[in-house]
Write a protein that binds this ligand. Structure first.
Ligand code: EPU
Length: 346
């Protein structure tokens, strides 16, 4: 390791309030921002913070903080977008983990590279996107993901993971399970299409395009439509604290699904590709159970999207967690369905 790299400055008892989209005020015992893997490597070699766990931080948009963190929070600020390969049909674009996800999407859309435009306006960073295989409006990142490079904390080398090695599932990856705490994701590369084919199968996108009489949508049109839909349904974290969908949409086996649909014939449902399972919208279940727009102090359920829990200002992480537990219990007793939390609880 070249000695010319300065040790990044570590701050103590650092408030994470502006670094999590729920806006929860807890402190990290230690906090550092790193702009390169070399900087982090240097910090590891100095051996000063090996007595506490290291927590890697992206946009803080999928986390609920319930307590102060006795840890070193490492804000990953590795920047840069570059084309590493191209052919007649495709372009391989690599971005640093610290690039803001929506900025990356806009960059690709402005270059007419198709594939992630349906994922416009999702909060967070590029490095966090593969952790939970972010998805929206009929698209998941696994569809255009090529590979990522992650720093192995023990071996201290960059390793390459293709899509198979990442074991992507619905809001799932290797990095949320066996790989948890073992790697720092540094770069992510996507294989995007030069020949665009707009993905408009998701009903709401088609509705927006129809309303604008757009029959041959460009990827910019699709991106604009997605932004419009998201803005109309989802609260802006700058105005109301939230972490997007708080729960996952539950998947039931064919027998359980049939029983639920018989009792509630109007329930929306989606077949899960390649299986007999059926996915149901948790937002519908939560709304039917009467929670939509519920508020207890500053913790609440968003009035336009029941899957989103919100912090109206001063709610603590524990209050929001307690509300989520009540909702889970209520959905279990009313529908017999177990809701799983999508957001990471710390
Ligand atoms: N619904 C209700 N009431 C509600 C909310 C939803 O009845 O309060 C119904 C809707 O009418 C619709 C269905 O539930 O029939 C699905 O709703 P929506 O299209 O809003 O999507 P979602 O299933 O609630 C998922 C993702 C979102 C993603 C959207 C669009 C998960 C956990 N969430 O939400 O992702 O933006 O689809 O593709 O899969 C996120 O992960 O943070 C996120 C926002």
């Amino acid at each position: 390791m070249p000695s010319s790299i300065a040790l990044p400055r570590v701050l103590e008892n650092y408030s994470l309030q502006s670094l999590n989209t729920f806006g929860i005020d807890v402190k990290a015992k230690y906090f550092v921002e790193i702009r390169s893997i070399e900087q982090y490597h240097h910090l590891l070699n100095a051996g000063l913070y090996s007595h506490v766990p290291h927590i890697f931080w992206g946009g803080g948009s999928n986390v609920l903080l319930t307590q102060d963190l006795n840890a070193l929070v490492v804000k990953v600020a590795i920047e840069g977008i570059e084309v590493i390969k191209e052919d007649e049909h495709h372009v391989w674009v690599r971005a640093g983990a610290g690039v803001v996800w929506h900025d990356f999407v806009q960059y690709t859309v402005s270059h007419h590279w198709a594939g992630i435009e349906n994922l416009s306006l999702i909060p967070g960073t590029v490095g966090a996107a593969p952790m939970q295989n972010i998805g929206a409006y009929g698209v998941e990142i696994k569809d255009t993901f090529d590979h990522l490079q992650a720093f192995h904390l023990t071996n201290q080398v960059l390793e390459t993971f293709d899509a198979e090695a990442c074991r992507f599932g619905y809001r799932e990856s290797y990095f949320k399970h066996e790989g948890k705490g073992k790697y720092l994701i540094a770069y992510v590369c996507f294989k995007l299409n030069k020949i665009a084919k707009a993905q408009t199968s998701y009903g709401a996108i088609q509705d927006v395009l129809n309303a604008k009489s757009i029959t041959q949508p460009s990827i910019q049109d699709v991106s604009d439509a997605v932004i419009e839909i998201r803005k109309s349904k989802l609260p802006d974290p700058k105005e109301i604290g939230n972490s997007g969908s708080f729960f996952k949409n539950p998947t039931l086996d064919a027998t359980q699904a049939a029983a639920l649909m018989e009792k509630y014939p109007e329930i929306p449902h989606y077949p899960v590709a390649g299986s007999s399972e059926i996915k149901f919208p948790a937002g519908w279940l939560i709304e039917q159970a009467g929670w939509k727009g519920f508020r207890d102090g500053d913790a609440g359920v968003h009035a336009k999207q029941a899957l989103v829990l919100v912090n109206y200002g001063q709610a603590s992480g524990k209050q929001i967690l307690a509300l989520s537990e009540k909702i889970k219990q209520s959905i279990l007793s009313k529908f017999g369905v177990v809701l799983e939390t999508e957001v990471n609880i710390l």
